[in-house]
Design a protein around this ligand. Structure first.
Ligand code: M6R
Length: 611
């Protein structure tokens, strides 16, 4: 949550910060602010409640000077969205300005201590406690970097920070623990950012700061130390991202663009990893854990939200293709349980951002208990990617829409490849393996076909958009698809929707069905088809409105459902990769018709780095 950016160089800083904030806005968007330093002329702060565009308007009236500055876009944790709670925050002397992403857990203790020293706080935020503490220590020691180090040693919780000081007009300081932060190295300039999208137009050379590291940036170069002042050698990496990937390219929203990118992203996810003719899968990122994969007797999968839904699909894939018992846990639950990890347990964490706090905590808990943990992650170099023992990247490029779409299908594709690989080592014959792999390779084209439903889905959305309660039903491997369809609708159109295994309906939720209630039934042709047709009959008897997602040519459902969305046939176990497409489109069009900000739904943020 929250996006931070900092810049020191020769360019007018206001534009650099604003452009960066626009790109980071998906991380949080209830208020925004900048602070710049113009030589020894003092710190210039502007903060507004609302979006980055509101800050931009404000700056048109009241610009900020300088070539050194920091900026922030907020997702409120402590203190309501207000100008006074917006970042940057200043210390009592007004010499320091700081932006922060994360949570200072012991802010109350720090505040009480500092108030006892006569310091008056202005905001309700946890962040102010940190900048006030640094300011207090700086007042005493006169050593800026050492004051930052000491303060960071004293705080509990997570932070990615950028800080500037009036007394050091050529220095930008950045540090992280638990919240992502990278340093971009340009020509005569440095940038600091929560993610690469904010700096890619300036440089692709980056250093990913590690937990407990502090970077000092200025004309003398880049110096990294730990909070204990131990020097660290900067490891420069190439940012795997292009400007084109983060622009709208003619689409009205990132979510729609990302839905349409799926044929291509799925090709990228599988490229070079499948050899259907030879019946082999090659997941380069997992070679160091070959032994553990071959010996696994039980799989434990964890993630949150959409990633958790992908894990549920994974459960079906692993049990059917690899015959390995699989359990799926919400990462947020697993971290506080006492999970049983024995020698044969292989753990897998799934995360688009690679920064989700609950998933990271679950990963650490499983590692503490001795598990080998594999990662299925999109963002290269993210914390989860770095902390797992080995992993597979999704390769779908930046996902900017808060509602996850292309990452979901890629997560399923990765899990399918791994399941086939594990199955081949166990009981799958070469020809069974080849059959699944050939079908996986054909999926991108089938997704392309499924996208042609867009117009039909739009019509449907127009008819249904005013209904406030929906059900989504599925069976077997399409039960998680129903959950995912309901989540998509909820999070961007604010329509209440519940996803269920279809047979569970009669155990309670059927009471909800009344005349015209939309019930989306994911019912491709498989061994459960007859059963789900019975469920459809039950809905019709209660005058619910059935929208069926089924396999092309399924004439039986044409006569039964109020609307039928036909997707190309594939192996039943791979069907989520196509059945999910019309559900993504349906959620998108409902949200758009309701006039919502599809890419930045209320109360949400893309990367959930708080508990
Ligand atoms: O970055 P992650 O995949 O770890 O994120 C997990 C969830 O926060 C995420 O999938 C969330 O549920 C999405 N907004 C769903 O569209």
């Amino acid at each position: 949550m929250c996006g931070i950016i900092g810049y020191i160089g020769r360019k007018p800083v206001e534009r650099v910060l604003l452009t960066g904030l626009h790109r980071l806005e998906y991380r949080g968007y209830d208020s925004a602010g900048v602070a710049t330093l113009n030589g020894s002329g003092g710190i210039h702060v502007r903060r507004v409640v609302g979006r980055v565009r509101d800050l931009e308007r404000h700056l048109q009236q009241d610009p900020v000077p300088g070539t050194l500055g920091i900026a922030h876009t907020r997702w409120a944790t402590h203190g309501r969205p207000s100008e006074i709670n917006a970042h940057p925050h200043l210390d009592a002397s007004g010499r320091l300005a700081l932006v922060h992403n994360g949570i200072i857990e012991n802010h109350d203790t720090i505040r009480t201590f500092l108030e006892g020293q006569g310091i008056t706080f202005r905001s309700e935020t946890d962040t102010e406690a940190l900048v006030q503490l640094i300011g207090f220590l700086y007042e005493q020691t006169g050593d800026l970097v050492e004051s930052v180090r000491r303060a960071l040693r004293d705080v509990d919780g997570t932070y990615g920070i950028a800080l500037l000081c009036r007394d050091a007009p050529e220095t930008l300081i950045a540090a992280r623990r638990g919240s992502p932060l990278l340093v971009g190295i340009g020509e005569d300039e440095y940038l600091v950012s929560s993610d690469g999208s904010a700096i890619i137009e300036h440089t692709s050379q980056v250093v990913y700061l590690q937990d407990g590291e502090i970077a000092v940036l200025g004309p003398a170069g880049l110096t990294i130390t730990t909070t204990d002042a131990v020097p660290v050698e900067a490891e420069v990496s190439e940012l795997e991202m292009t400007l084109e990937q983060i622009e709208l390219a003619g689409f009205e929203h990132h979510m729609l663009k990302e839905i349409y990118e799926q044929p291509e992203t799925l090709r990228d996810t599988m490229r070079g990893r499948i050899d259907a003719r030879e019946g082999r899968v090659k997941l380069g990122g997992l070679v160091t854990c070959e032994r553990e994969i071959a010996r696994a007797r039980r799989l434990l999968l964890a993630g949150c939200g959409t990633a958790w839904h992908a894990a549920l699909v994974g459960e079906y894939l692993f049990e059917e293709l690899a015959r390995v018992p699989t359990e799926v846990e919400y990462a947020s639950e697993l971290r506080y349980r006492n999970p049983i990890i024995d020698e044969g347990t292989l753990a897998l964490v799934i995360s688009q951002s690679g920064e989700t706090a609950d998933t990271l905590a679950a990963l650490r808990e499983m590692k503490t208990k001795g598990a080998t943990v594999l990662g299925v992650v999109n963002v290269v170099g993210s914390t989860i990617a770095r902390e797992t023992d080995a992993g597979v990247y999704l390769r779908v490029g930046p996902e900017i829409g808060v509602a996850s779409t292309k990452a979901f299908t890629a997560q399923i594709a990765v899990l399918a490849m791994l399941a086939v690989d594990m199955g081949r080592r166990r009981h799958l014959s070469p020809w069974q393996t080849a059959e699944v792999l050939a079908e996986l390779e054909a999926i991108p084209e089938k997704v392309e076909q499924a996208l042609k439903l867009d117009e039909q889905v739009q019509d449907l959305a127009r008819q249904l958009v005013d209904r406030d309660n929906w059900l989504y039903l599925g069976r077997g491997v399409n039960y998680p698809v129903a959950l995912e369809g309901a989540l998509k609708l909820k999070e961007i159109s604010y329509i209440h929707a519940e996803g269920l295994p279809a047979a569970e309906m009669k155990h309670g939720p059927i009471a909800l069905i009344d005349k015209g209630m939309p019930v989306v039934v994911v019912a491709p042709r498989d061994h459960m088809h007859d059963k789900i047709v019975s469920n459809i009959e039950e809905i019709r008897s209660r005058q619910g409105r059935v929208i069926a997602v089924t396999t092309e040519g399924d004439t039986r459902l044409r006569g039964l459902a109020d609307a039928v969305l036909e997707v190309p046939a594939t192996l039943p176990i791979l069907s989520p990769l196509v059945t999910t497409i019309p559900l993504q489109l349906l959620a998108y069009h409902c949200a758009r018709l309701r006039g919502h900000d599809v890419d930045k739904p209320r109360n949400l943020a893309k990367s959930v780095t708080v508990e």
